[in-house]
Design a binder for this molecule. Structure first.
Ligand SMILES: [Zn+2]
Length: 382
């Protein structure tokens, strides 16, 4: 007897039914009013040795061109691997089906779009690191469903000296973009490590990190991009409509009055391509003052390629202060004149040494981000 369900934190799979011997199908669900589906995560209960086929139907709302999806499987929800048997079908581009064939290695398996990282994973991680003298963890605000949105401060002995350089980093504005959580862990682990550069970073910088913005979306297994009535990543105006965005903006604005705020990062994952990339100001269309920032942004990209083994080639894309209103990067640049980066971290890019991105390589990307920040400061004036 084989059963499949998604009744757990971050689960997403519905209308599950059997269509043949050990052959099941189900649909990726819109958990919010969201036009693009991407995130799914379900559990198979059966017996070790069973061969199970599951067809994951995206229906008409799949994010365009994401047919390179390489789902992952785990038998303990800690170690994950890519499912090699993944196959796409459905000739209509709006009716995509991804099928996985699994030979059960244990009685329970979890299958997901990419490595899951839910709200309770964040809470256990923060509990593990909270005793370090260089870290302070606070509740920045409560979500509409009363979950704490955390603010993590990292600096030497957590002394917020006003002369230190301020760096704000936010992740999971789009709930299903899980890579941001592993990048944040990698960055924080590096800063708390015994590495000499980490000590220098904590001495010179204050890191203010909001590791999970849309906590409610993560908990219900939403993807969240372009959700109605407002996308978390497009609500960064002077008067945001989403209470969490409003609270983060207010805290940053207040903090910036008394600190040397210099850098802002928001960590995302691409909608429909597989490469890592960074949105920068576009050289051709921007004003002279923006070109000055553009040079620094490109210096940073060079440094990421040098210090983050998993960053590979990072592509600059079009982005200009006038073109994407409501993006956190745009507002932070306009309001605080800081250097801003929107990092798009791939779910499944092929690694240079074979295979696809792993949790480990995402954490390495985070450590590389810390190193690139250090050398950016020593090579250009922030
Ligand atoms: Zn995003």
């Amino acid at each position: 007897m084989i059963t499949i369900d998604a009744n757990f934190e971050g689960g997403n799979f519905e209308d599950i039914h059997q269509i043949g011997t050990n052959h099941f199908c189900g649909k990726v669900a819109a958990k919010l009013k969201e036009p693009h589906l991407k995130w799914f995560c379900f559990r198979i209960k059966g017996n070790k040795g069973d061969k199970v086929i599951v067809d994951v139907h995206y229906g008409k709302n799949i994010f365009p061109l994401s047919t390179n999806v390489k789902p992952v499987i785990s038998y303990n929800r800690k170690e994950w691997e890519r499912i090699k048997s993944t196959q796409w079908s459905g000739s209509d581009p709006n009716r995509q089906i991804v099928s996985v064939t699994i030979k059960m290695q244990k009685n329970i398996a979890w299958v997901a779009f990419c490595f899951p990282y839910v709200y309770s994973d964040l809470k256990s991680y923060l509990q593990k690191i909270e005793k370090d003298s260089n870290i302070k963890i606070e509740t920045l605000c409560l979500s509409p469903q009363k979950r704490a949105v955390y603010l993590v401060t990292l600096t030497e002995l957590c002394k917020e000296d006003n002369n230190k350089i301020g760096v704000w980093i936010i992740a999971r504005e789009h709930a299903g973009e899980v890579c941001g959580s592993f990048v944040c862990e990698g960055l924080i682990n590096f800063l708390l490590s015994k590495n000499k550069l980490a000590k220098k970073l904590l001495n010179k910088f204050i890191f203010k990190i909001v590791p999970m913005v849309d906590v409610d979306g993560v908990a219900i297994g939403a993807h969240g991009k372009d959700q109605w009535p407002m996308d978390f990543g497009r609500d960064w105006t002077e008067n945001p409509t989403i209470s969490i965005v409003k609270s983060i903006k207010t805290v940053i604005d207040k903090w910036a009055k008394t600190h040397q705020y210099k850098l802002f990062f928001t960590i995302h994952s691409p909608g429909s391509w597989d490469t890592n990339s960074i949105y920068t100001f576009s050289k051709g269309t921007c004003s002279a003052s923006l070109k000055y920032y553009y040079e620094k942004q490109h210096k940073f990209m060079e440094l990421m390629e040098k210090y983050s083994p998993s960053s590979n080639k990072i592509y600059a894309s079009r982005y200009c202060e006038e073109t994407i209103p409501g993006m956190s990067t745009q507002l932070q640049y306009i309001k605080h004149n800081v250097l801003v980066f929107c990092l798009e971290v791939s779910y499944q890019r092929a690694l240079p040494n074979g295979g696809n991105i792993t949790i480990q390589s995402l954490r390495e990307y985070g450590a590389g981000l810390a190193k690139a920040i250090y050398y950016l400061n020593s090579e250009v004036t922030l």
